[in-house]
Design a protein around this ligand. Structure first.
Ligand code: RP5
Length: 166
């Protein structure tokens, strides 16, 4: 059960997805956005997925970040059962380097959208940032924190490149 200070659900198909999906959790921690993280597999725990997705809005979630790898049906099937925004993170698979995950998540039929991010860490970080941006449309304090984070990122980028250690 979510509550008002925990607007984001981070769901993932397996424990093995957590090293990737933790990057979304970390950015939400940095921005002061509450979340719950859960293992929910479209294939291994379909009833858990349906129960979560159907109750997600009533439970108080505002945005769902869903990460999965391989035949990555979790984001799309979750989106089929809730009209909350679902952000999909393709986890980098061993067999096909996440190309399978990406295509499984991004190629949704018209009518059921999943906002699909990049494969792996970049996608998880950006899913966290995108979730914060969505919530910031109705939260000025969060918008200020998000803008400050982006400015700090810009300020951290050196103008001139340097030689790196081999
Ligand atoms: C997917 O299968 C999960 O999202 C994970 O990325 C992939 C492999 O799962 P494990 O076999 O590592 O549990 O459902």
């Amino acid at each position: 059960m979510a509550h008002s200070d925990c607007p984001v659900a981070i769901i993932m198909g397996s424990q093995s997805d957590w090293p990737t999906m933790k990057n979304a959790a970390d950015i939400l921690d940095t921005l002061g956005v509450g979340y719950e993280a859960k293992i929910i597999s479209a294939h291994r725990t379909p009833d858990r997925m349906a129960d979560f997705a159907k109750a997600a809005r009533a439970d108080g979630f505002k945005v769902i970040i869903a990460g999965a790898g391989g035949a990555a049906h979790l984001p799309g099937m979750t989106a089929a059962m809730t009209s909350l925004p679902v952000l999909g993170v393709p986890v980098q698979s061993r067999a096909l380097s996440g190309q399978d995950s990406l295509l499984s998540i991004v190629q949704m039929p018209a009518g059921i959208p999943v906002g699909t991010l990049a494969i792996g860490r970049a996608g998880a970080v950006n899913a966290g940032l995108m979730a914060a941006a969505i919530l910031a449309t109705h939260d000025d304090d969060l918008a200020t924190r998000l803008d400050a984070w982006r400015k700090a990122q810009s300020d951290s980028i050196a103008l001139a490149p340097v030689d790196e250690e081999a």
